[in-house]
Design a protein around this ligand. Structure first.
Ligand code: SME
Length: 160
């Protein structure tokens, strides 16, 4: 296990302990964003976009510079992740057609959909980096595992 994998394991264990005491969905999302953002040097914007009616994504808890407030399902990397229900790794945001730049400093991005048991997308986790090609399969596995922890909480009704 390399250093980044070990960090993801440690962060997920810490998040599991921290979320054990909450029944509040926004508090859970806020906790995850805080722990992730301050654990990885290549994370420069870390946040959730929540699915709202009319196929819109509204910004949720985040850390970093001002994030755009809402995104349509068919727009941007977040909309691509939400509509395809697949994690998007973008090594060069300038090469991604339709990328939405909340910061001119963003060079690469990963977006993970949070998919409930019924197949619906409740949110997406968006992480931006100022470094090019900053995200890889280890980031995808680590973030998907943490997002699965969140969707388990949501599906079991533990968080509202
Ligand atoms: N880059 C995202 C938009 C969200 S800002 O990066 C926080 C996208 O293209 O969907």
């Amino acid at each position: 296990m390399n250093r980044k994998e070990l960090t993801y394991q440690t962060v997920e264990e810490r998040i599991e302990l921290l979320l054990d005491s909450t029944t509040d969905w926004i508090a859970a999302l806020s906790t995850v964003v805080c722990e992730l953002h301050h654990s990885f040097d290549h994370f420069h914007w870390t946040g959730f976009y929540r699915t709202r009616p009319e196929n819109l994504l509204h910004v949720g808890p985040y850390q970093g510079e001002h994030g755009c407030l809402q995104i349509a399902f068919e727009k941007g990397v977040c909309g691509m992740a939400a509509s395809t229900k697949r994690t998007q790794i973008v090594p060069d945001v300038d090469a991604f057609d339709g990328h939405i730049a909340c910061s001119s400093l963003t060079r690469s991005e990963i977006v993970v959909p949070l998919i409930l048991q019924n197949g619906s997308v409740v949110a997406v986790l968006d992480v931006d980096s100022h470094h090019p090609d900053a995200f890889d399969a280890i980031d995808q596995r680590g973030l998907e595992s943490i997002c699965a922890l969140l969707t388990r909480l949501y599906d079991t009704g533990k968080t509202l």
